[in-house]
Design a protein around this ligand. Sequence first.
Ligand code: NAD
Length: 295
Amino acid sequence: RADVIDGEAVAAQVRETVAETVERLQSAGVTPGLATVLMSDDPASETYVRMKQRDCADVGIESRHVELDTDAPQSELFETIEELNDDPAIDGILIQRPLTDSVDEPAALRRVDPAKDVDGFHPENVGRLVTGDPRFVPCTPLGIQRLLVEAGVELPGADVVVVGRSELVGKPLANLLLNRGDDADATVTVCHSKTDDLAAHTARADVVVVAAGVPELVTGEMLSSGSTVIDVGINAVGEGDDRKLIGDVDYESASQVVDAITPVPGGVGPMTRAMLLKNTVQAAARQADVELETE
Ligand code: NAD
């Protein structure tokens, strides 16, 4: 049976390093600050924002929350973003997505100062990732890369198949692993909903990362022994007491075949949260011109 890659344990290490960095910044007179902006009635988004604030408190990052009415004009959101851009106490700005429908979301993300864009969604940060000079990398891909490194996967030269081409996960992950470096230099294939014969790709990969949002899309039959599987999917299935979260990989059949696999929950999810903290302290260090040792 496959080894289980413990995202909670790796995330705890990341948080510990972040907490140490916060202490070092504080001794240099800097307290990192993250602003979260919510303009949505989506209960899941409200929960995510609360979790992010709690995560910040645990490591000594100050957080400030701004909540806007969903029927407020778009200009109010833009003004809020401008104020946060100009506020020296705020190092990172997180616009919780999805924003309410009446708002032009890409326009809102473009308003965030790229130096405070800890989610890595501003086109300037996307461009820097693609051109091999990353500043802020989106948290989920960053967490996945760290999990692969911690699991001992030799990424240089590895055949990595990414299932999903979203701007949030698939595309930035493909770019990250394609860049140069000991924790990258992979041969990356990106599959998506129009891919012909997904199984032919997944079966020959050393690493399969599935971010499709389709419950149990990838099964053991589509995978090979010796491979490592990262399951990004979070799908709620069942009702009432039977309600549970499952991934985009059929864990039971996959774990009979592959070498190592992430569970859902407890794999990529905690890493995404931890990487937001890491990006925030890096933003604070850069803005205060404090040199941090790289890990
Ligand atoms: P998305 O819906 O934006 O993108 C899904 C991608 O999967 C698309 O590019 C699509 O082409 C591809 N796809 C869909 N069906 C497919 C199929 N049958 N075969 C091959 N490709 C297919 O989703 P997203 O934002 O990238 O999120 C993907 C999943 O990851 C969701 O379940 C989401 O909840 C989860 N997620 C988890 C975390 C985390 O921290 N664990 C973070 C972000 C997203």
